[in-house]
Design a protein around this ligand. Structure first.
Ligand SMILES: NC(=O)c1ccc[n+]([C@@H]2O[C@H](COP(=O)([O-])OP(=O)(O)OC[C@H]3O[C@@H](n4cnc5c(N)ncnc54)[C@H](O)[C@@H]3O)[C@@H](O)[C@H]2O)c1
Length: 526
């Protein structure tokens, strides 16, 4: 039977593992042993049916950089050209495949991931030092994207109702745009490439995926899932590589859409490059960009600190602060600032720095040496511009570990207060009023996530009305957006506002077409 949205079970989020259960922990240990036994993995470039092996790109374990996780092919400009030919041809067939059949392929890919979820989480533990809790949630989110966009695409294929008047038939439908270049970061190594790719495929586009150079093995598993689910090889190619491969894709005249998640600097470069048409190009390239953040949490004078303290600490330091949504700046009302600072400092002192595979770890290593150096640079700047409250953890010498840093009383013009650190560093500032906190947030160029702790409904309303951020969280942590519950993405320099995992996201991957037919009789043609 061909699927319609009504024949599918309603969307529900994939449940995360119950890590407190001994049996679950034992299964994770087994999965990690299996993954370790297969290292190093080999990751080819996948260009349609063609597999190009290579070892120009190496991914390593951030907690033990001597451990090679994957030897991957390194795509170059010639590979990009060859892939575009294959993808353009495949896009013509895939775009004509009924939406229900495309959705069915995505649902089978979700089942493939579900069957292997422990092993996939273990791979994230090794390749990206993602602790178990986060790695499992990442695999669940990837499954959610496939399930959610499959349903959304079936619904979108029915078009939208228009006003009809006698003698005229009006139809609005959505057609695929063509080839989508998906350029992904490493910090959600399966979920983020999966989300962008699934949305593009569900709506009938062919995809060329350029994963982050730090996580080619995770991306390879995603492409295996999609192909096992029935997505034709030409419609999903994999080009492991560095930034140059991404830039070559962006420049290719046959690319219609660029779905990018990553840093502001690279995002702006892509927007700029995509705006210049190249010879042979018949369209304006569309850029969907999800970028960085400088995420503030406002703590009002009447906030419940029992709620605020653990939420702030986990939002800032889980996965070593390497989430675009991570809290990096706390703005606390001066009436309770001393209490909050003392309690957050106490909590940060107890954080456990350790390997991602240890269930006791709160703060794993950061992704690579250059990230460690960047965090150290900002920590030094924070100590120069303000006061360091906590930074005295024992740091393992081997691996890209960074001690969690808590800083306060920074000079208002400190770069640490405006630039994205993307590591375990949190600042706290005292503000005289909620009004001042709102002004600070309104003055920032980034507008991704934000938080507010307070009990007065009028104060909550004021923050809601004034904040420019894409995702505001009230009286809870500011990370962990769930598909279908918190459509995710930033405004201003944090992104183009497409809102991944939300009802409007698929519209970024299609072109609307209106057809109007005169249905008055004109006599018989004989
Ligand atoms: N808003 C979001 O949803 C979201 C989610 C996750 C991460 N992020 C952001 O991503 C950043 C961390 O990820 P990262 O270090 O992988 O980011 P990055 O910008 O360094 O790299 C992202 C991707 O772009 C590629 N790339 C690099 N230079 C390129 C170029 N000139 N042209 C085309 N592609 C190029 C990289 O190879 C990689 O695949 C942080 O800023 C974080 O806030 C945002």
């Amino acid at each position: 039977m061909v699927a319609t949205v009504s024949t599918l079970a309603p969307f529900a989020n994939e449940p995360v593992l119950e890590l407190r259960r001994a049996a679950v922990r034992a299964r994770l240990a087994d999965a990690l042993a299996t993954v370790d036994g297969a290292l190093p993995l080999r990751v080819p470039a996948l260009i349609g049916n063609d597999e190009r092996a290579g070892d120009g790109l190496v991914s390593t374990d951030p907690g033990d950089p001597d451990r090679v996780v994957a030897n991957a092919a390194r795509a170059d400009t010639a590979d990009v050209g060859a892939t575009m030919l294959v993808a353009s041809a495949a896009s013509r067939t895939w775009s004509r495949t009924p939406a229900a059949e495309r959705a069915a392929a995505l649902l089978r890919a979700a089942a493939w991931l579900r069957e292997r979820r422990l092993e996939l989480a273990a791979l994230e533990v090794r390749e990206c030092a993602k602790p178990w809790l986060e790695a499992d949630a990442d695999v669940c989110e990837a499954i959610d994207f496939l399930e959610y966009y499959a349903r959304g695409a079936i619904e979108l294929a029915t078009g939208r109702p228009l006003l009809q008047v006698p003698g005229e038939r009006n139809e609005l439908s959505y057609v695929p745009r063509g080839v989508v270049a998906v350029i992904a970061p490493w910090n959600f190594p399966i979920a983020i490439p999966c989300g962008m790719t699934a949305a593009a495929l569900a709506t009938g586009n062919a995809v060329v995926l350029k994963p982050a150079e730090q996580s080619p093995a995770c991306a390879y598993r995603l492409v295996q899932a999609l192909r096992a689910g029935g997505v034709p090889p030409g419609a999903i190619s994999l080009l492991p590589g560095e930034g140059e491969a991404g830039a070559a894709l962006v420049a290719d005249p046959a690319v219609q859409t660029i779905a990018f998640t990553g840093s502001l600097a690279v995002g702006l470069e892509i927007v700029h490059a995509a705006a210049a048409p190249t010879p042979g190009q018949l369209h304006i390239k569309r850029v969907i960009a999800e970028l960085g953040g400088k995420n503030c949490v406002i703590v009002d004078a009447d906030a419940d600190l029992d709620e605020a303290v653990p939420a702030i600490v986990s939002s800032a330091f889980a996965y070593a602060g390497q989430k675009c949504s991570a809290a990096s700046r706390v703005l606390v009302h001066e009436a309770i600032a001393d209490q909050l600072i003392q309690r957050v400092a106490g909590s940060v002192t107890t954080l456990v720095l350790g390997q991602a595979d240890a269930l006791s770890t709160d703060v794993p290593p950061v992704i690579e040496r250059s990230a460690q150096e960047r965090v150290h640079r900002y920590a030094e700047l924070a100590s120069r511009d303000g006061r360091i409250l906590v930074a005295d953890h024992d740091v393992p010498a081997h691996g890209w570990f960074c001690a969690p840093v808590l800083a306060a009383d920074l000079a208002p013009d400190s770069k640490v207060l405006v630039e994205e650190v993307f590591g375990p560093l949190l600042t706290i500032e005292r503000v005289p009023s909620l009004e001042r906190a709102c002004e600070i947030v309104e003055g920032l160029p980034y507008a991704l996530t934000g938080g507010m702790f307070g009990r007065d409904p009028a104060a909550v309303r004021a923050v809601r009305e004034r904040t420019p951020v894409g995702n505001l969280y009230v009286n809870r942590g500011i990370t962990g957006a769930m598909v279908a519950r918190q459509p995710f993405g930033g405004n201003r320099l944090s992104g183009t506002g497409a809102k991944a995992g939300g009802p409007d996201y698929l519209l970024s991957f299609v072109e609307p077409r209106a057809v109007t037919e005169n249905t008055m009789r004109h006599g018989l043609v004989v």
